[in-house]
Design a protein around this ligand. Structure first.
Ligand code: SF4
Length: 483
């Protein structure tokens, strides 16, 4: 892969009760393309039943192959999904939404997050005779729904509440049947999910608020942790809680890296949080340099904040090729350096002879950073001082982000703490100096919730939910990885 950044994450967008549902869903999902580029899918209710279309590729590619009937239909509600997962044949099978025929009615689900007790639930269901079609944890929702509907005499709402009560971990869900659309957010609110309203009274629900603004919906609020919202066919909207939410665990890394700067997530503007992170980094770790430069794109707003706070001029020394995407992943190109060079080109005129403060959002394996630093030196940079807008990544994530196994994280491999750790990291990366934003500093940049309401487990190892995989091997810390 080109990027060493975490790869497993998803985006959701659903619409109901408005004119032009298909176009609105397409617009919303397209603005969430950064959350997944391997596969996309859409499920819609029309002509008295549900229809599903999904495939490998980008949102526009998948929507371009929609059957003609979809364009002519009057669609009452639709849900959609983008996914970034491992490549290969499994991509299309695991693409979402997933749809199943439960007692003669189609039910579909799209999911952002990771169900942490998926292994246990899958074993239980298989022991009862369940046959799984995919390898995703999302399919569990459909199997649980089928069982709970039977127990609750086909009362959809009660069945869903019982099914959700079995799940642990991170799950934003959109569900669809011919009669209704449903949105769900897990009790800890790991992943973002927000609600918007169109002028004609219709609704949109999406992973990030950028989808609402692009589609012309006004931001209303977040779907609350532990909340279910049902939109019935008659246009009514009913909210109820399926679980108490004694604390929250919003993923702080959404602010550091994933979400788009034009979005609000967890009640804060991503743009403002990133700039604040840069300002705080400049206070915590100043650098005697000629220029502040970002690694685009996610480092750009933090670099602006760093430059503003430090009074050092801002410049762009790396130019990103925005046309390097999924199709560029070429198995024949084994050298990461070559891949990085094709994605990010140095601007010699901005770099030659300069002492640079390079603002990076994170260091995961370290191989991409190494290649990038080599490129900057070859282009003539005199000194490179890297400043990172989060603490070192030393732990895996079990909540919807596919960080590599713990033993592959560079900070974990180097080990140690303090000045010795930083010096060794800098030596291996061939930097003149390296500093990370402190965890306290990072959390001081979000304003909507107190620090205790954010998940920082990939930095500090304090997991808000203990996933099955850790229970299975509680002593062997190096087993940390994605469930
Ligand atoms: S472990 Fe890290 S990436 Fe995963 S949810 Fe927590 S903060 Fe986000």
């Amino acid at each position: 892969m080109i990027s060493e950044k975490p790869r497993e994450y998803c985006g959701l967008c659903g619409c109901t009760g408005s004119e032009g549902i298909l176009d609105l869903t397409h617009l919303g999902l397209h603005s969430l393309q950064h959350r997944g580029q391997e596969a996309a899918g859409v499920m819609a209710a029309f002509d008295g039943t549900c229809h599903l279309h999904k495939g490998a590729g980008l949102v526009d590619e998948v929507f371009a192959t929609l059957p003609a009937a979809w364009r002519k239909a009057t669609i009452s509600h639709a849900i959609s999904h983008v996914r970034y997962s491992t490549a290969g044949a499994s991509t299309v099978v695991n693409a979402q939404p997933l749809m199943a025929n439960i007692n003669g009615e189609f039910v579909g689900v799209a999911h952002n997050g990771t169900i942490c007790n998926a292994g246990t639930l899958r074993s239980e269901l298989q022991a009862e005779g369940a046959i799984f079609q995919t390898t995703t944890d999302t399919e569990l929702v459909l199997h649980l729904m089928a069982r709970c509907l039977h127990r609750h005499n086909h009362d959809y709402r009660e069945a869903l509440v019982e099914a959700l009560g079995r799940l642990k971990g991170a799950f934003c869900l959109l569900l669809l049947s011919k009669g209704r659309m449903t949105a769900v957010r897990d009790p800890l609110g790991f992943r973002p999910l927000c609600l918007g309203r169109f002028k004609d009274g219709g609704w949109m629900v999406a992973s990030e608020s950028i989808a609402l603004s692009v589609a012309g919906a006004e931001y209303v609020r977040e779907v609350e942790p532990g909340e279910i919202i049902f939109w019935e066919k008659d246009g009514s909207m009913v909210s109820r809680r399926f679980a108490e939410s004694p604390r929250r665990a919003h993923c702080i890394f959404e602010h550091v890296y994933f979400a788009r700067p034009g979005s609000y997530v967890f009640g804060d503007s991503v743009y403002e949080v990133r700039k604040a992170m840069g300002r705080r980094l400049a206070i915590e770790s100043p650098a005697d340099v000629d220029v502040v430069m970002p690694v685009p794109d996610s480092g750009t707003y933090a670099a602006l904040g760093y430059a503003e706070q430090s009074g050092v001029p801002f410049d762009m020394g790396l130019s990103r090729n925005h046309y390097v995407g999924r199709t560029f992943i070429d198995p024949g190109l084994s050298s990461r350096r070559k891949l990085v060079q094709r994605k990010m080109q140095p601007i010699v005129e901005a770099l030659k002879g300069k002492r640079i403060c390079l603002i990076e959002d994170s260091i995961v394996r370290g191989s991409t950073s190494k290649a990038r630093i080599h490129t900057l030196r070859e282009a003539g940079a005199r000194e490179i001082h890297m400043r990172v807008t989060c603490p070192p990544h030393r732990h895996g994530c079990y909540f919807g982000i596919d960080f590599p196994d713990r033993e592959k994280l560079m900070a974990n491999k180097v080990g140690g703490t303090g000045a010795e750790f930083l010096a060794e990291m800098a030596r291996q990366l061939q930097l003149d100096s390296l500093a990370y934003l402190s965890q306290e500093g990072m959390l001081s940049c979000v304003t909507a919730h107190p620090a205790k309401d954010y998940c920082c487990a990939c930095f500090d190892g304090e997991y808000p939910v203990i996933p099955d995989v850790m229970n299975a091997a509680p002593i062997v810390e190096d087993n940390a990885g994605r469930a």
